[in-house]
Design a protein around this ligand. Structure first.
Ligand SMILES: Cc1cc2nc3c(=O)[nH]c(=O)nc-3n(C[C@H](O)[C@H](O)[C@H](O)COP(=O)(O)O)c2cc1C
Length: 159
């Protein structure tokens, strides 16, 4: 089973977990980088006019710097992001829309300021085509994330 760890991280928390997960599972690591980086002002959700709030309202796709060239070769994608507004940031749907994910398994891992995963998986379903989300959760540390990933990989082996 070939696995990819793809992640978006605006301020480094998700990135740290993604790096550890990729190393732990021996998966390729891909950072989802926005063409226009998020400044601190862009992330200030207290300001109604901040970029993050505008994106949430307009739902206009966020351009990404590069693509996963060999996406076809992966069976399982660990997809990581911070929880924004109780769900995945818009750049995650922009990422998912770029690929034909038919037949792939997707495991969502997130970091947050306290929210749980909520309806995040349900909300992403329209963007994954014929792929299957096999797990989704919020994690506070890499030990719990890596243990969760081990469990998912073990389950896949048993089929
Ligand atoms: C625009 C924005 C919206 C956020 N919305 C939530 C939220 O709904 N619930 C929550 O618990 N944390 C929320 N957060 C906090 C982030 O999920 C949290 O700080 C996360 O760990 C940041 O990850 P990163 O460093 O990888 O970007 C939000 C942060 C930003 C910038």
């Amino acid at each position: 089973m070939k696995t990819l760890t793809a992640y978006f991280s605006a301020s480094g928390t998700t990135e740290a977990l993604a790096r550890s997960l990729a190393e732990h599972t021996g998966s390729e690591l891909f950072e989802i980088v926005p063409k226009v980086p998020y400044s601190d002002a862009d992330l200030n959700y207290m300001n109604p006019l901040a970029r993050c709030n505008r994106e949430m309202i307009t739902k206009k796709d966020v351009s990404i710097v590069s693509v996963v060239r060999d996406m076809d070769t992966y069976d399982l994608i660990f997809l990581g992001f911070p929880i924004w507004y109780y769900g995945a940031p818009l750049i995650i749907t922009s990422f998912l829309k770029e690929y034909d994910l038919t037949g792939k398994k997707i495991a969502l891992f997130a970091t947050s300021g306290g929210s749980d995963i909520g309806k995040t998986a349900q909300k992403l379903k329209p963007y994954i085509g014929e792929a299957e989300i096999i797990g989704a959760d919020v994690f506070r540390d890499s030990d719990s994330l890596n243990a969760w990933a081990d469990g998912l990989l073990q389950e896949r082996k048993e089929f």
